[in-house]
Design a protein around this ligand. Structure first.
Ligand SMILES: N[C@@H](CCC(=O)N[C@@H](CS)C(=O)NCC(=O)O)C(=O)O
Length: 216
């Protein structure tokens, strides 16, 4: 039986971890937590993630050989990357940069893209004021520009090699088009480097399979 058990659904936050597990070739088992059916609010799941969100993992052989539950996708990526020595640069400067971009994703990309999606795609009749969609469209475009500038002519954020920050960021970029159908709203075609960045990420062996884990 695998040590790592993933609790997830194929949303961008869930895909970050499943893509990483597949690409890093780490044995794991997965259970689907259907947030549309409120699976995240069961007592058993709250013991694993007190915040009632996906993803979460349980490592049967965590620190000191004891079972260890982890919530928050950024913390999960960092834990797994360190434990299995994968997709985390060893060079201290690069490692610090990778962690900075991971935090940038967790603090800015995830929350802002998520709010954008809420108002652009899901709020519908509950909000007919243009302000929230305008505000979050501008912020998403600003963040995409930050990523575009960082990429320069590199395949990934830090250069030739992918790191956990790329696993955190790209599923959210894919979501703008695939889940939110916002290609036109955000003029995604203008972000040429981001287009090749997405493709480079999709070429990492295991990533495409990871995107489908715990599918809706
Ligand atoms: N900061 C959290 C965010 C997780 C999150 O928002 N997950 C969403 C799906 S993408 C969720 O579980 N939503 C269920 C709910 O809000 O009830 C992380 O990165 O793990």
């Amino acid at each position: 039986m695998a040590d790592i058990h993933l609790y997830s659904l194929a949303t961008p936050n869930g895909q970050k971890v499943s893509c990483f597990l597949e690409a890093a070739n780490i044995p794991y088992e997965a259970s689907k937590i259907d947030i549309l059916k409120n699976d995240q609010f069961t007592d058993d799941y709250i013991k694993i993630n007190p915040n009632s969100k996906i993803p979460a993992i349980v490592d049967k052989k965590g620190p000191n050989g004891e079972e260890h539950a982890i919530m928050e996708s950024g913390a999960i990526l960092l834990y797994l990357a360190e434990k299995y020595d994968q997709f985390l640069p060893k060079d201290p400067v690069q490692k610090s940069q990778c962690i900075q971009w991971l935090f940038f994703q967790m603090a800015s990309v995830g929350p802002m893209f998520g709010q954008f999606g809420h108002f652009f795609k899901y709020a519908g009749e509950k909000c007919d004021h243009p302000y929230p969609t305008e505000r979050y469209s501008n912020e998403v475009k600003r963040l995409l520009k930050v990523i575009e500038n960082q990429l320069q002519d590199n395949a990934f954020l830090l250069g030739k090699e992918a790191c956990i920050a790329d696993f955190a960021i790209v599923p959210w970029i894919l979501c703008l088009d695939k889940f939110y159908n916002a290609e036109e709203q955000l003029s995604l075609n203008e972000f040429k480097k981001i287009k090749s960045y997405q493709n480079n990420f999709l070429e990492i062996p295991g990533v495409k399979k990871g995107l489908e884990v715990c599918a809706f």
